[in-house]
Design a protein. Structure first.
Length: 156
């Protein structure tokens, strides 16, 4: 009887990992990274964040532009402690220099809806699991009230 050879059998994990190759970043992801580099070079974290955010919103195609304008107002009214700034080319709102929430257009990553996201700096913890991003197809008074409440809780 021959002794069994060691190392001739591959685990399922290693064969699965080799069959799925990393294809690289998408053009949209590269664009977001380039925008972040430009923001850092320009000192976007220190300068006129309000002006930069409003300029970015003005560049957005509809319906994202209207939604971003309304979100900007809701966030500023709900949490005066948050400072507008750009973050990976997206309007974001920071507390003490750390992003708490951000708006991502549907067009940015070619998705079917815009996103309102919250970072781990947001105080939204509820038990062992809670949402950190919300899909937005439109804003009614109901969504606006919910967003205002979320933003207030996020900075509490």
């Amino acid at each position: 009887m021959k002794p069994a050879q060691k190392g001739t059998q591959k685990s399922a994990k290693s064969t699965t990992a080799t069959s799925k190759k990393f294809k690289g970043f998408t053009d949209e992801e590269h664009g977001a990274m380039k925008e972040r580099i430009q923001e850092l070079k320009a000192g976007a974290d220190k300068g006129d964040g309000e002006g930069a955010v409003l300029a970015k919103i003005a560049e957005m195609p509809e319906p994202d532009r209207t939604m971003a304008k309304r979100l900007h107002i809701i966030i500023k009214e709900s949490a005066a402690a948050l400072s507008p700034r750009l973050w990976y080319g997206m309007p974001a709102y920071a507390k003490e220099g750390k992003v708490v929430c951000f708006f991502q257009t549907a067009q940015k990553f070619k998705t079917r809806y815009a996103t309102l996201g919250f970072s781990d700096k947001a105080n939204l913890d509820e038990g062992a699991m809670w949402p950190t991003a919300f899909a937005l197809k439109g804003l009614t008074a109901t969504e606006e009230a919910r967003i205002a409440a979320l933003v207030k809780k996020a900075v509490s």
